[in-house]
Design a protein around this ligand. Structure first.
Ligand code: G1P
Length: 307
């Protein structure tokens, strides 16, 4: 093992304002939006716990109190469910508070993802750690973080998750230039935050999972604002390449983006379709509803049709 310390801590930036989901996010954090029947953030904490990271630090801001309540005990609710003998619901309520030890730190003045990660410096200390972005959900059946931790423990340095995207979408992501190492593990030689398609060195997008060397904190302290005037995590990891290995693990599994409204809706449908209780009736309904809906549209096109 090259890395001298095991990865035990996960950092989850959750200070964003969620303006893409207004008015739903006016008084309630976007991380609490339900994906089927669980808040989006719970999937992310479950993923960290599955990878053995039971020390989770959430970087939050104003209006994020519901996150703390969700991962805390709910004694009154538990008591009512106990009296009713509703064991199933009781275990659902318990689950969230037993996943991990969750700590909170506030970002204060939010100045970008790099700035949010820097807020974790004191809690993380001098150990490699994971960062999980809440807008990206990774299907529980497709391991990613576990593989990234293995690569970090074997190679040292930092590891980012990469995914092939259509070239026209690369400008929405951090983009990696890579050299082949073995299978789906690549050596990262350059990282660019949201490059225009014609300047992108590849179609490998950084998706929201990182296992980082603690050196990143020193670098973040002197990282100037980059794309969008924000302190970018991508820029700090790129600066690490000169002194430490940075690897990319290419993910080919199921990823759900909950960061924008259409992708969020798709995530809810796809995850519900896979559920034993909801999938069969949902798919049956979709199958009859969709042709009906198409017929309706054909009979009365939204613009009134060409006359
Ligand atoms: C962030 C990162 C970007 C990464 C993306 C993954 O961007 O800055 O490098 O590719 O997450 O979801 P955001 O989507 O927060 O703008």
């Amino acid at each position: 093992m090259t890395g001298t310390q095991r990865v035990t801590k996960a950092v989850i930036p959750a200070a964003g304002l969620g303006t893409r989901f207004l008015p739903a996010t006016k008084a309630s954090p976007k991380e609490m939006l339900p994906v089927v029947d669980k808040p989006a953030i719970q999937y992310v904490v479950e993923e960290a716990a599955r990878a053995g990271l039971d020390d989770v630090l959430m970087v939050t801001g104003r209006n994020k109190r519901p996150l703390e309540d969700h991962f805390d005990r709910a004694v009154e609710l538990e008591h009512t469910l106990e009296l009713k003998g509703d064991k199933d619901k009781l275990s659902l309520v318990h689950e969230a508070s037993e996943l991990a030890t969750i700590h909170y730190v506030r970002q204060g003045d939010p100045r970008g993802l790099g700035h949010a990660v820097l807020a974790a410096a004191q809690h993380v200390g001098d150990e490699p750690f994971a960062v999980l972005l809440g807008d990206d959900l990774i299907d529980a059946r497709d391991p990613l973080l576990e593989l990234m931790i293995e690569v970090q423990e074997r190679e040292g340095g930092s590891v980012v998750a990469l995914m092939e995207v259509p070239p026209e979408s690369i400008s929405l992501y951090g983009c990696a230039a890579v050299e082949e190492v073995e299978g789906d593990v690549w050596r990262v030689t350059d990282l660019i935050e949201k490059p225009p398609a014609d300047e992108a060195p590849s179609n490998l997008a950084v998706i929201g999972r990182y296992v980082l060397s603690p050196t990143v904190f020193e670098v973040l302290r002197r990282t100037e604002p980059g794309r969008g005037g924000e302190i970018q995590l991508t820029d700090a990891i790129c600066s690490l390449i000169a002194s430490e290995p940075v690897h990319g693990v290419v993910f080919r599994g199921r990823r759900y983006d909950t960061g924008d409204r259409l992708d969020y809706l798709k995530a809810v449908v796809r995850l519900a379709a896979d559920r034993e209780d909801l999938g069969p009736p949902l798919l049956d309904w979709l199958q009859t509803w969709l042709p009906e809906r198409r017929q309706q549209d054909a009979a009365a096109p939204p613009d009134g049709g060409a006359c």
